[in-house]
Design a binder for this molecule. Structure first.
Ligand code: HEC
Length: 252
């Protein structure tokens, strides 16, 4: 009896250790119009970091560097002659963690730098393709901008410069609303400002699920409702963003 249990434990342990490790490396092939040397330069550098290995095939690999854009391909680099190199994974590999790691690495700063590093006859051979611009978040304005303006003047101008007319409001340590309106993620910031310091300590938003001990609030607390937060968001939406083509002016 004891023997059988021991035996089962050993089998279980063996299964546990082999499970999750890949029996096969991903197979990979490279289109003949793409520089073989570049791929041979990239792979070991990626493998060194991740332990993910590849088996090279002359063609029809699970992963392929190809020169045509297809549904499941991702643009990776451009050659001087205008040829673009894409990485394509077989459809059953789309969520494979090793493939995803490889693709993400190729598109990351580190991967892009490695692509640029590779030279033949003293010349870089390929330029990494610019990352796709982030999909813009749809901004849905549901509040009332006029109400939001009044609320901002009442509560926020203590620390922030809220409008340009009110030139001398605000403190130096707080960014102006115009400056923040110029951030790509202004909508997220203004929808959640009450969850970050220093607001967290003094602003309560009813219905936000965040409660605080009012005795710990050192200065006059601010109470808002979610609707009022939406009004402030609507007001900020109406502000002209600062031109952030110039270096960010934090508190103009
Ligand atoms: C007690 C001073 C004070 C008050 C009052 C205040 N803020 Fe701020 N706020 C700050 C400071 C300081 C920062 C900068 C924090 C930082 O850079 O870490 C800031 C940052 C912000 C940010 C950027 C947050 C982010 O994610 O980077 C937003 C948005 C914001 N405030 C909105 C508001 C709104 C709306 C109100 C009024 C309801 C308000 N603040 C009231 C001091 C204040």
């Amino acid at each position: 009896m004891i023997k059988t249990i021991k035996c089962l434990v050993v089998v279980g342990l063996l299964l546990a250790t082999t499970h999750g490790t890949r029996a096969h490396a991903l197979s990979l092939s490279v289109h003949p119009d793409l520089p073989e040397g570049l791929i041979s330069y990239l792979l070991p550098r990626f493998t060194l970091k991740t332990q993910v290995r590849f088996t090279r095939l002359p063609k029809d690999g699970d992963l392929q560097f190809i020169v045509r854009d297809t549904e499941q391909s991702v643009a990776i680099f451009d050659l001087a002659d205008g040829t673009r190199g894409y990485l394509r994974a077989a459809s059953w590999l789309q969520d494979d963690p090793d493939y995803v790691k490889f693709k993400d690495w190729l598109l990351s700063d580190a991967g892009r730098a490695t692509i640029l590093d590779y030279q033949e006859a003293g010349q870089a051979v390929a330029t990494p393709v610019d990352p796709e611009p982030e999909v813009e978040m749809p901004v849905v304005i549901v509040g009332d901008a006029a109400v939001g303006e009044a609320l901002s003047l009442e509560h926020c101008s203590r620390c922030h410069k809220v409008d340009r007319a009110n030139k001398y409001s605000g403190m130096d340590s707080s960014p102006s609303f115009h400056a923040m309106r110029g951030f790509d993620d202004w909508f997220v910031r203004f929808s959640s400002f009450y969850t970050v310091s220093p607001h967290k300590a003094l602003i309560s938003v009813q219905g936000s699920g965040i409660s605080k001990d009012r005795d710990l609030i050192p200065i006059a607390p601010i109470d808002l409702t979610i609707e009022q937060v939406n009004d402030i968001v609507a007001f900020v939406h109406s502000l002209e963003p600062l031109d952030l083509g110039r270096p960010i002016q934090y508190n103009p």
